[in-house]
Design a protein. Structure first.
Length: 182
């Protein structure tokens, strides 16, 4: 038997769709010319944000929203700059946009608080993302194949972390049970 909630408040479920931004740049850093370094992740984010804004503006979504549906928000992850030659707030400044979340590391947060500036919010139309992505294509980067690789790697990393966590919980539980029995 399913128990009905006792609260009269409607359930509010929030979710995110994560994009690990700097991983795109790390994956191609030795495969592209210097002028393209640290630009792929932002271009992919811009393309993603454009698709997101188009979805939210669609009649289909508007109908769902009118019925109470809540949009999944974009989460910009891995926004600490990995390249010491790049600005430490590169991704934070470029990815400022309504209805998004940025999970920057503390070092990046402190750097942004110290000297970061948001000159403008990310454009709904994707800005120059497609032109930048065309430059990567000319240099031999297949962003669809790279996306598949990054998803596989990310899934494996999350699965490993999950399995490590489950092992640690089981180990602690076993140790506590033994201690309790002693």
């Amino acid at each position: 038997m399913v128990k009905k909630p006792t609260s009269s408040r409607p359930p509010k479920v929030a979710s995110v769709a994560s994009l690990f931004v700097s991983r795109w740049d790390v994956a191609v850093k030795d495969k592209v010319s210097t002028g393209l370094c640290n630009r792929l992740g932002i271009a992919i984010a811009m393309r993603t944000y454009k698709a997101y804004r188009e979805l939210l503006a669609s009649k289909r979504w508007q109908k769902l929203a009118a019925s109470g549906a809540r949009p999944q928000r974009l989460l910009w992850a891995s926004t600490g700059t990995k390249d010491p030659a790049a600005p430490d707030v590169l991704y934070v400044e470029a990815l400022a946009a309504p209805d998004t979340i940025n999970t920057m590391p503390e070092k990046t947060l402190l750097a942004f608080a110290d000297h970061g500036k948001v000159k403008h919010a990310m454009r709904f139309d994707g800005g120059n993302a497609e032109a930048v992505l065309a430059e990567f294509t000319r240099e031999g980067v297949d962003d669809e194949a790279l996306a598949a690789d990054l998803q596989r790697e990310g899934t494996a990393a999350f699965a490993k972390s999950w399995n490590d966590l489950m092992y640690r919980i089981a180990s602690k539980s076993k140790a506590l049970t033994k201690a309790k029995q002693a």
